[in-house]
Design a protein around this ligand. Structure first.
Ligand SMILES: Nc1ncnc2c1ncn2[C@@H]1O[C@H](COP(=O)(O)OP(=O)(O)OP(=O)(O)O)[C@@H](O)[C@H]1O
Length: 368
């Protein structure tokens, strides 16, 4: 573990009463890093977050913030350094969205909770940043889940924390707000050196935004590392125990199960033209073969996930005669051919020949 770590855990054990959920958690984050927790439902992500946020008593080990034990900070010191947005709904009787955002300033107000003009400036800026100014006068209990999530983020931002803890912050956001939300986190990371610890179910987003990822599943954390170390072939499927369908760590594509049986259709594809057809055939439960695909083609990972048989050729190499023969043999066993290619490039003469062969055999050429 790095001595320079801004936020560190040592042999951290978390759970409920005597029931250990995750043990031996060793993380080390620099200031301004984003850590994402991923793992299956019920694995313990929220439990880890609640423990780091001091909302749940730890069962063992320690958490250090800037070399100081987190448990030794006073309540006010903690709320001035850490903001927390968990999934459970905030009880906010008769509060407007602006009232809720304003509670984020309480760690800075005196005993009477009177907000100064500079507090209101911070509140206004936070609301503008996450675009909730328009709903500021609405009853917090009557806004949508996505709006509520953004109000809670504004509240956390106006707390001006050094560390932000978020449990599934993007779960209710539409794609526009998901991207905006993550952009705000990145901006705060770069401009204010904000350190973020959050859980995400969207693996593609986790891969893009995280500096570090902690994989949680079972009583010991599976892995802690950079996205490049985590998103390696086969690992995510193993972490989540994917048994129906498949997940490709390289493209972050999740595909439904491939249709079973002998292929009845041959798809001549390439240059990303086949993916939609493959998925259409999958939806209709029609087994198919496809080729000839270069291994770096956009179609290739989808074909590997959905096709009964993929005739492939090494990237940046000429297609071998034996590969063309294998494609012809597979095609001749099919009842139909779908050609997705409007024309063929210089290095695709083999596919052009394959189409010609299909016509010679008199195989039914489908247009989809
Ligand atoms: N208050 C509680 N008391 C006792 N056990 C709990 C409590 N909250 C959660 N658990 C248990 O702790 C385990 C981990 O739950 P946790 O909510 O941390 O998982 P998670 O990874 O966040 O799941 P999800 O992805 O579904 O949100 C589960 O077995 C759950 O049943």
């Amino acid at each position: 573990m790095s001595e320079k770590g801004y936020l560190q855990t040592k042999k951290l054990c978390v759970g409920y009463q005597k029931h250990i959920v995750v043990d031996n958690i060793e993380i080390s984050l620099e200031q301004g890093e984003i850590l994402t927790l991923i793992g299956p439902n019920g694995a313990g992500k929220s439990t880890v977050l609640k423990s780091i946020a001091r909302q749940l008593e730890t069962l063992g080990g320690s958490i250090y913030l800037d070399q100081k034990e987190l448990s030794r900070l006073s309540g006010q010191q903690l709320s001035q350094s850490m903001a927390v947005v968990m999934t459970q709904k905030l009880r906010a009787e008769k509060m407007t969205c602006e009232d809720v955002v304003a509670t984020g300033r309480y760690p800075y107000t005196g005993r009477f909770g009177i907000l100064s003009s500079s507090d209101w400036k911070v509140i206004k800026e936070a609301m503008e940043l996450v675009q909730v100014t328009q709903i500021k006068d609405l009853d917090f209990n009557k806004v949508s889940d996505g709006q509520r999530q953004r109000v809670m983020l504004a509240r956390a931002i106006c707390q001006e924390p050094q560390i932000l803890i978020l449990d599934e912050p993007t779960s209710y956001l539409d794609v526009k707000y998901k991207l905006e939300f993550l952009s705000i986190l990145q901006e705060m990371k770069h401009q204010k050196k904000l350190t973020v610890i959050m859980s995400l179910h969207e693996l593609d987003l986790a891969e893009r935004i995280s500096d570090q990822i902690l994989c949680v599943n079972g009583t010991t954390p599976e892995r802690f590392g950079t996205p490049q170390e985590i998103f390696i072939k086969g690992y995510i499927s193993k972490l989540f125990g994917i048994s129906s369908g498949s997940f490709d760590e390289k493209t972050m594509n999740a595909e439904l199960p491939k249709p079973c049986g002998k292929p009845s259709v041959f798809v001549i594809a390439g240059d990303g033209t086949g993916r939609n057809i493959y998925r259409k055939l999958q939806r209709k439960n029609i087994p198919f073969a496809t080729g000839i695909l270069f291994e770096n083609d956009l179609d290739y990972p989808v074909a590997k996930a959905l096709a009964a048989n993929v005739i492939a050729s090494k990237s940046f190499e000429p297609i071998k005669g034996t590969t063309l023969e294998a494609a012809k043999a597979t095609l001749s066993e099919c009842d139909h051919v779908i050609c997705c290619r409007p024309n063929f490039g210089t290095f695709e003469k083999a596919n052009e020949e394959l189409l010609f062969y299909a016509k010679q055999l008199g195989i039914n050429l489908l247009t989809w």
